[in-house]
Ligand binder design. Structure first.
Ligand SMILES: NC(=O)C1=CN([C@@H]2O[C@H](COP(=O)(O)OP(=O)(O)OC[C@H]3O[C@@H](n4cnc5c(N)ncnc54)[C@H](OP(=O)(O)O)[C@@H]3O)[C@@H](O)[C@H]2O)C=CC1
Ligand SMILES: O=C1O[C@H](COP(=O)(O)O)[C@@H](O)[C@H](O)[C@H]1O
Length: 469
């Protein structure tokens, strides 16, 4: 990926919120994996409120990496631990940033990773600016970026007073998933797909993100948010854009992001008449959930992409918790073939192209083949599991943190993209209504199937083969 002169590798990584949950579950493990692949080149400074010593941080890192299930090699960990140091301080206190400035003295290209509550983003960036630390820096911010269109605009405006857009890297970890990146490779590196990737050949697109677990211990976080904000405005719209975009004409970050934003601009505001909300039974008993909460744990919606490639092809999205399986897939349903004069049965199911993002990423082309001994067809799978065929891929945070340190912004969301995606879902936020209850372990409320009326039904997702018990 092309880098310009201002995008040189970081000479220090500073992590705000190093004592938090995301750091414990994800960050240490990802950084350790980068160390193992010899892709870490700079010191790492953690900043948080607790009075930890450098050694306490190292002990915490070791425990977190192990708890995340990563096999630990002592020599790799020793290299990693030697990079770690800790600065204690409250983000409300200006002195914290001066202490940090002394700790990173002489470093010219810091990357600041803000894995902290979003309400603190502006305060921390203000503190960094006040201590003279933003020049030459890049700032990575976690999700969520805003709560609706107005708050996303306000946050952009606040941060942009202190940083240029190319200094600001907004995380959407789905963009760091290897199969999401694969969409463009599969589409544009194979000349077989492009001629059929349009409204002349495709009947509809179905995107499913199903989780077979509930809100668990995240009630306080989830209840003010709900499924639409949690995974649709960000992750699933980014997948949709990758699937629907035109080929980028260059490799720089903006060329790639421009094509995704083109798709968002072509999507009219979502129509509440094509929107279904569900809540799983038992959600109200989750600690942290408000009594009589109307927050949705399931959404189904229909979007259109009004351009020459896609006009008339509905994009159906469903996402939910406490569904029967954990699976995220994009399914392209092609148009039905015409009547086959030589076959016994003349209503073959349309072909489908399925990209599974999680778990066990892969691609499956479901086509019709002749049934042996019969004048009839049946759907068969031409499938490929990426890991088995191509080897293990880096984890999303490994990829994103490495890109942030290298100065490659292509997998981070830009200001216009964030605002466009909020604009698309905004009418749904304004007309929430009561969610339909659904039993746990089912495919959501009945309304979800009405949403696709007139189009192929929701297909059972393509699931990874289960090993026999
Ligand atoms: N946890 C997860 O699975 C995911 C989280 N995220 C996002 O990551 C971000 C962090 O989430 P998470 O790790 O869960 O949050 P936590 O509440 O677990 O951690 C927040 C961190 O910020 C520190 N902090 C908060 N306020 C201050 C302050 N005033 N001064 C100094 N330090 C402070 C905390 O330190 P202290 O412990 O001292 O309070 C802690 O280190 C959020 O934006 C969240 O939306 C995104 C995806 C998944
Ligand atoms: O951002 C989020 O994503 C997770 C799902 O991500 P995955 O990579 O584990 O599939 C989701 O469970 C969570 O609610 C949401 O905040």
């Amino acid at each position: 990926m092309a880098l310009n002169s201002s995008n040189l590798p970081a000479d220090v990584l500073v992590i705000f919120g190093i004592t938090g949950d995301l750091a414990r579950k994800m960050t240490f493990r990802s950084l350790y994996r980068l160390e193992r692949r010899k892709l870490l080149t700079c010191p790492i400074v953690g900043v948080a409120r607790d009075g930890w010593s450098d050694d306490a941080l190292r002990d915490h890192a070791r425990a977190a990496i192990k708890a995340a299930g990563e096999p630990l090699d002592d020599s790799v960990f020793a290299r990693f631990a030697a990079r770690l140091s800790y600065v204690q301080g409250d983000y409300a206190d200006e002195e914290t940033f001066h202490r940090l400035a002394r700790a990173v003295n002489g470093r010219r290209r810091p990357v600041f990773y803000l894995e902290i509550p979003p309400s603190l983003f502006a305060r921390v960036v203000g503190g960094l600016a006040g201590a003279g630390l933003t020049k030459g820096a890049r700032v990575v911010v976690e999700k969520p970026f805003g709560h609706d269109l107005a708050s996303a605009r306000a946050l952009n405006a606040e941060l942009r007073q202190l940083l240029d857009e190319d200094q600001l890297l907004r995380i959407d970890h789905f963009l760091g998933k290897e199969p999401a990146m694969d969409i463009q490779f599969l589409r544009f590196a194979n000349s077989v797909f492009e001629p059929v990737w349009n409204r002349d050949h495709i009947s509809c697109v179905q995107i499913t993100m199903a989780e077979d677990f509930g809100v668990e211990d995240r009630g306080h976080f989830y209840d003010p948010v709900g499924a639409l904000r949690d995974v649709v405005q960000n992750h699933l719209l980014q997948l949709l854009a990758l699937m629907a975009s035109e080929p980028p004409s260059a490799a720089d970050a903006d060329a790639l992001r421009d094509r995704r934003v083109d798709v968002f601009r072509a999507i009219p505001d979502a129509d509440p008449a094509h929107y279904v909300r569900g809540q799983y039974q038992g959600y109200l008993q989750v600690p942290g959930v408000r009594p009589r909460s109307r927050t949705e744990t399931f959404v189904g919606l229909r979007l259109e992409v009004e351009n020459w490639r896609w006009s008339g092809v509905p994009f159906f999205i469903r996402a939910g918790k406490s569904l029967p399986e954990r699976v995220t897939e994009i399914r392209i349903v092609f148009k039905r073939p015409p009547r086959l004069a030589f076959a016994e049965r003349f209503a073959p199911e349309p072909d489908q192209w399925i990209l599974r993002i999680d778990p066990s990423p892969g691609v499956n082309f479901r086509i019709q083949a002749k049934q042996p001994g019969k004048q009839d067809t049946q759907l068969v799978d031409l499938d490929l599991l990426f890991a088995a065929e191509l080897g293990e891929a880096p984890e999303p945070y490994e990829r994103l943190l490495s890109d942030a340190m290298q100065g490659n912004a292509s997998l981070f969301t830009r200001e216009d993209s964030v605002e466009e995606t909020w604009r698309i879902v905004q009418p749904l936020l304004e007309a929430p209504g009561d969610p339909e209850r659904y039993p746990q372990g089912t495919w959501g409320p009945a309304g979800a199937s009405k949403l696709v009326a007139g189009y192929p039904r929701w297909h059972e997702p393509w699931l990874p083969a289960r090993s026999p018990d």
